[in-house]
Design a protein around this ligand. Structure first.
Ligand code: CTP
Ligand code: CA
Length: 223
């Protein structure tokens, strides 16, 4: 279904979005990060707000300004992001766009110093999977959407993420090029109904189409 210009099909719906990278501290002055700019997630949050949703954006560190009309929570680490997402529930939909760091450094004390002991060995521990937590949550949003950043075996990996994380839809993108930080995106939508390929378009256009898809999926259903 198409919605008329200016209409707000998501009025009264609450949506949680994650965006950006997370920063995982190594010591008080250093961290592990990734190349996510937050642009795709922010564009989605903005478009959902335009369509009338009450949007809660949980953002890792980005250079992007706060979105007007959106409830913003800025976090650093995966664990902080998980807590902020939990605090934003219940919601009608969750869209997890963040490039969450898979691992954090186990112990963080004082600044690591150079010395006679040589280069330090960092012990990494796995971070919680925020999307999987939402997908299997007792008060699971009716619609749960994840992204999948892949450099190979895109479809197989996206399909296994769909099942493992309890998501309704995985938006898969090939990040072997310059997607991370770039203006364009080419995505494939993986759901239990199959795969839908979208042509390359701007992240804003991806956001526009995805926000309308969310509106369609939530349309007419009771909270
Ligand atoms: N995700 C999450 N919490 C994590 C890791 C990932 O919520 N700790 C979410 C991302 O926001 C995204 C989806 O899970 O919506 C897929 O992220 P991705 O990094 O592609 O998948 P992983 O399960 O981490 O697997 P891998 O990195 O090994 O491909
Ligand atoms: Ca990952």
């Amino acid at each position: 279904a198409l919605f008329a210009r200016g209409q707000q099909p998501l009025k009264g719906k609450r949506v949680v979005v994650t965006a950006g990278p997370t920063h995982e501290p190594i010591d008080p002055v250093r961290y592990i990060a990734n190349r996510s700019s937050g642009r795709q997630g922010y564009a989605i949050a903005a478009m959902l707000e335009t369509l009338g949703a009450e949007v809660h954006l949980v953002s890792g560190p980005t250079a992007l300004p706060d979105l007007v009309g959106v409830h913003m929570t800025r976090v650093e680490t995966a664990r902080e992001m998980q807590a902020a997402v939990a605090a934003a529930l219940p919601a009608d939909a969750a869209i997890m766009v963040a490039a969450v760091a898979d691992w954090r450094v186990e112990a963080m004390g004082q600044k690591i110093k150079k010395g006679s002991t040589g280069a330090p060995a960092l012990t990494l521990v796995e971070n919680p999977d925020i999307l999987a937590g939402i997908g299997h949550h007792p008060s699971r949003p009716r619609l749960v959407i994840g992204f999948a950043a892949e450099t190979e075996n895109l479809l197989v990996n996206a399909q296994s993420k769909l099942a493992r994380k309890g998501a309704d839809l995985i938006v898969a993108n090939d990040v072997s090029g310059d997607v991370m930080g770039g203006a364009n995106n080419r995505v494939r939508l993986v759901s239990k109904d199959g795969v839908e390929d979208w042509p390359e378009m701007t992240k804003r256009e991806v956001a526009w189409r995805l926000a309308h898809l969310v509106a369609e999926k939530l349309a007419g259903s009771e909270k």
